[in-house]
Design a protein around this ligand. Structure first.
Ligand code: NAI
Ligand code: MG
Length: 496
């Protein structure tokens, strides 16, 4: 992850784009309905955005279908798909401060993080998949000679129209993970941003049109869950890519089953972050901080179950608490701010509910546990100590700045405890002992394992989950397969 410092200050943006983008046109919902989008750091309404109905979704899907079947898009070469993505990445880079400001305004995350983490990842990921576009190809297959002489080969073809439904915690990055792989492989897309964060996607869509995407290749429909459901039900959509809660994924799977859509999911987690007594405690404490408090804890792979070996538990927790208490919370536009606001009243209430539940279940809240200020949705970094794995706060994804510390002694039970969750997105281990590190890396059921690090991401490194944390992988070569069909062609070469 880049560590580029945020500029001294970034201007608060003017919100210009709020409409849907369908077939290259900016349009309102057909029935004129809207919903409000908020600034999480003040609780104030920023703008009204179209609440799209099934009719709007139908228009977007028809545009995406026409662009896929008969527009200029299917006649373009893979190299042109790559060049368009390179162009888009360049335009995002040229406009990164404006995009960062929109993200901060609508999400509440600190500007320093958006500039150091979100945007560099977005730009490098568009470029990474731009590079793949003209390197996707099939095989020639040696087949049984007894049947005759054949030239048999595979073609990698785009699936078609991809419906993409994304969450609010990393709006620009989630759009990028969905668009970059889909567009590099020649699909067309209908994106529904999260209702909490509709704004930044529209500016990227405008830049994509400027880059030269033909009308209908990219479409953005704004809306709530019912808008997402209309995408999953639409028979003209070939594939759904979703990031969010597993209960929503269950609904999507049921709905998409009627038309047997291809599906990939990136869902939540309750990731174990394991600190052995032989670890470098200073870096492990910093890793625990980044693991849970990065992005206000609104991270699918947050290290929310912190297993600490008993021998260093007291010392570790003491330093961790001090660091948590020194964290700067407040105006996300202030470059010195380390932690911004939670996304919404709903998430704020959910997190506060878990804090109450942890106290009732007998865990010790050693710091935090309360709101900061009286406007906006800010919550203090919160540490629960002496948690056991059966408590609700250790089982459910809280998706906020709340960590559960679980002291351990028995190394054999540790793996079983770490895996005792429905989730399997990520895990981390802090140790100087290579045997312990590999033991965890091999035996924990998770899509990513970090050894002496946390939250490192790269466009080339596959990311996704075991179990309830998802299916399929984003980033890396693996992500291309989310958007490809394999066609096998047999050519009879006749007699020699
Ligand atoms: P959600 O899963 O309900 O929403 C994510 C997206 O799905 C949004 O765009 C939403 O409009 C859409 N959606 C909602 N219902 C739908 C349906 N029936 N069909 C199709 N699309 C639908 O997540 P929500 O309500 O925003 O957050 C609830 C919890 O989910 C969070 O507290 C957190 O635990 C988890 N979550 C996990 C994320 C991750 O990165 N894995 C991201 C966001 C939330
Ligand atoms: Mg929901």
């Amino acid at each position: 992850m880049s560590t580029a410092a945020a500029p001294a200050s970034i201007a608060r943006p003017q919100v210009r784009l709020t409409q849907n983008l369908i077939n290259g046109q900016w349009v309102d919902a057909a029935d004129g309905k809207t919903f409000n989008t908020y600034n999480p750091s003040t609780g104030e309404v920023i703008a009204e955005v179209p609440h799209s109905s099934a009719e709007d979704v139908d228009r977007a899907v028809k545009a995406a279908r026409a662009a896929f079947e008969s527009g200029p898009w299917p006649k373009m070469s893979a190299r042109e798909y790559g060049n368009l993505l390179f162009k888009l990445a360049d335009l995002i880079e040229e406009n990164k401060e404006e995009l960062a400001a929109l993200e901060v305004l609508n999400n509440g995350k600190p500007i320093s993080e958006v500039m150091a983490a979100d945007l560099p990842l977005v730009i490098s990921t568009y470029r990474y998949f731009a590079g793949w576009a003209d390197k996707v190809y099939g095989d020639t297959i040696p087949v049984d000679r007894a049947m005759g002489r054949f030239f048999t080969y595979t073609r990698k073809e785009p699936i078609g129209v991809a419906g993409q439904i994304i969450p609010w915690n990393f709006p620009l990055l989630m759009q990028c993970w969905k668009w970059s792989a889909a567009l590099a492989t020649g699909n067309t897309v209908v994106l529904k941003p999260a209702e909490q964060t509709p704004l930044s996607a529209l500016r990227v869509a405008e830049l994509a049109m400027e880059a030269g995407y033909p009308d209908g290749v990219i479409n953005v429909v704004q809306g709530l869950g019912d808008t997402g459901a209309a995408i999953t039900e639409h028979p003209g959509v070939d594939k759904i890519a979703f990031t969010g809660h597993y209960e929503t994924a269950q609904k999507i799977m049921a709905s998409a089953s009627k038309t047997l859509k291809r599906i990939t999911f990136e869902l939540g987690g309750k990731s174990p972050n394991i600190v052995f007594a032989d670890a470098d405690i200073d870096t492990a404490v910093q890793g625990a901080m980044a693991g849970i408090f990065f992005n206000q804890g609104e991270v699918c792979c947050a290290g929310s179950r912190l297993f600490v070996e008993e021998a260093v538990h007291a010392e570790f927790v003491d330093r961790f608490k001090q660091m948590a208490e020194s964290r700067r919370i407040g105006d996300p536009f202030d470059p010195a701010t380390e932690q911004g606001a939670q996304i919404s009243q709903e998430q704020f209430d959910k997190i506060m509910g878990y804090i109450e539940s942890g106290k009732k279940e007998g865990a010790q809240c050693i710091t935090g546990g309360e709101r900061v200020g009286d406007k906006g949705w800010f919550i203090k970094p919160t540490i629960f100590d002496h948690v056991n794995n059966d408590m609700r706060i250790a089982r459910d994804e809280i998706f906020g700045p709340v960590v559960t510390v679980l002291p351990f002694t028995d190394h054999k039970q540790l793996i079983a405890q770490a895996n005792d969750t429905v989730y399997g997105l990520a895990a981390a281990v802090w140790t100087r002992d290579i045997t312990k590190a590999f033991n965890i890396a091999n035996n924990v059921k998770a899509g990513t394992v970090w050894v002496n690090c946390y939250n490192t991401f790269d466009a080339g490194a596959p990311f996704g989950g075991y179990k309830f944390s998802g299916q399929g992988r984003e980033c890396g070569r693996d992500a291309l397969n989310n958007y490809l069909e394999t066609k096998t062609v047999w050519v009879n070469l006749g007699d020699e």
